[in-house]
Design a protein around this ligand. Structure first.
Ligand code: LMR
Length: 348
C-alpha cells in the first residue's frame, strides 16, 4: 500500500513538473517544434542580382533602389541581394550564369546583350538618338517591346530598361573630333561587332576588354582610347589615364534588366507584380538620377584632372556620320527589318 502511494505521488509530481516546463510530446521524437523564424526562412525568395559597375553609378544605385522597393512591396518576402563590381561574374559570364540559374537577376548593358542576340545591335548604331527623349520613346515603345521578345527565345524575361547615359570618347594620344583623328588609335570597346565596325571605318583598332580591366589596359598602353559614359569613366578613374575627352553623345549606354524565365514562372503572381512594378519605378527614378550623376561626374573630372575637353561641332558630327554610313546597311539584315524601320538613321 505504501509503495502504491509512493508510485502515485511520483507520477503526479512528474506530470506537474512536465506541465510547468512546457512539456510537449513532439520534443521526444515526434514532429519538430514549430519555429516561426524557420518558417519565414523557408518561404523567403532570394534574388541574387549581379552587376559589374561600382555602387555609386547609375546601375549600382538603381540596383539598390530596386532592392528596397521589392522588400517594401513584398513585405520582406522577396529579398534582392546586390553583388556589384563584377564580384560574382563579369559581363562575359553573367548571362550564362543567369540562364543556368546560379543568379536570378542581371542588368547587362545593351552591347553585352547584342553579343548573343544580334537584334540588339540596333541600340549600338551610332548617332541614332539625338536626345534622352528619343532614347526613352524607343525603349518604352515598339523598339523595346521587340527587343524583349528576343529575350524570351533564350529563356530570359526582360523587366525594364535602366539608363546610364550617352557614350563619350576619350584618348591619351590626341583629341577626337574629325575622322582623321581616329587613325591608328586603339580603343577599348565592349564586345559588340557594331562598335568594332564603327572604329574600323574610322581607321582605328579595337580590343574588347572587360570593363573592370579597362583601367589597367589604358595604364599599360595596351589600348590608348575608349568610349563610355561619364559616370563609368569617373567611378573607375579611367579619366586619370586619358588626356582628351570629347563630348560626342554618339551612342547610348543603357541596361536591360532581366531575370531567368523558369525562375520567373515559378514565382507567386503577387511577387511577380511587385518585381515588375519595382523595376519600372526604378527605371523612372534612375532616368532622372543618371542624368544628374553624369553631369556631376563631368564637373568633378573637369575640376580634378588635367583632361582637356572638346565637344563635337555640327560639322564634326556630320563628317563622322558620313564615314560611318556603310555601317547601317552592313548590320540591317542581322537587326531585321522590323527594328530597322523603327529607328531614325542619321543624315550627314
Ligand atoms: C562597359 O563594359 O563599359 C559597360 O558595360 C559597363 C556597364 O555595365 O556600365
Amino acid at each position: 500500500m505504501k509503495s502504491a502511494i509512493a508510485i502515485a505521488l511520483f507520477v503526479a509530481i512528474g506530470l506537474m513538473t512536465a506541465v510547468a516546463v512546457g512539456f510537449r510530446p513532439d520534443l521526444f521524437g515526434g514532429a519538430a517544434a514549430y519555429d516561426a523564424e524557420q518558417e519565414g526562412l523557408k518561404e523567403r525568395i532570394v534574388i541574387k542580382f549581379s552587376h559589374v559597375v561600382a555602387e555609386n553609378t547609375p546601375k549600382g544605385l538603381a540596383a539598390e533602389h530596386f532592392a528596397r522597393l521589392v522588400a517594401e512591396k513584398t513585405k520582406g518576402k522577396a529579398e534582392v541581394q546586390v553583388f556589384p563590381n563584377g564580384m560574382l561574374y563579369d559581363e562575359d559570364t553573367e548571362i550564362a550564369a543567369l540562364r543556368r540559374g546560379d543568379i536570378q537577376m542581371i542588368a547587362p548593358s545593351f552591347s553585352n546583350v547584342s553579343n548573343g542576340i544580334p537584334e540588339w545591335y540596333v541600340l549600338d548604331l551610332p548617332f541614332i538618338f539625338d536626345s534622352l527623349d528619343d532614347v526613352h520613346a524607343a525603349l518604352n515603345g515598339e523598339v523595346g517591346r521587340l527587343l524583349f521578345e528576343t529575350l524570351d527565345r533564350k529563356g530570359l524575361k526582360g523587366l525594364a530598361f535602366w539608363d546610364n547615359g550617352f557614350r563619350q570618347m576619350a584618348s591619351s594620344v590626341r583629341p577626337l573630333r574629325e575622322p582623321a583623328d581616329f587613325k591608328g588609335q586603339r580603343f577599348r570597346i565592349q564586345p559588340s561587332r557594331v562598335i568594332e565596325a564603327q572604329y574600323r571605318l574610322l581607321s582605328a583598332q579595337t580590343s574588347a576588354i572587360p570593363f573592370n580591366e579597362t583601367y589597367r589596359a589604358l595604364e599599360t598602353g595596351e589600348v590608348n582610347a575608349q568610349e563610355n559614359t561619364l559616370s563609368n569613366m569617373f567611378t573607375k578613374k579611367l579619366y586619370r589615364v586619358q588626356k582628351y575627352l570629347t563630348i560626342s553623345n554618339h551612342s547610348f549606354l543603357g541596361y536591360a534588366v532581366m531575370t531567368n524565365g523558369d525562375f520567373w514562372n515559378r514565382l507567386p503572381s503577387s511577387v511577380q507584380t511587385a518585381i515588375e512594378e519595382s523595376a519600372r519605378e526604378t527605371a523612372a527614378w534612375i532616368a532622372r538620377k543618371a542624368a544628374e550623376l553624369n553631369e556631376d561626374n563631368l564637373n568633378r573630372m573637369k575640376r580634378d584632372s588635367g583632361l582637356t575637353l572638346y565637344a563635337l561641332s555640327p560639322d564634326n558630327r556630320a563628317a563622322l556620320i558620313s564615314v560611318l554610313e556603310p555601317l547601317y546597311a552592313q548590320f540591317a539584315r542581322e537587326i531585321g527589318p522590323e527594328l530597322m524601320a523603327r529607328v531614325r538613321l542619321p543624315q550627314p
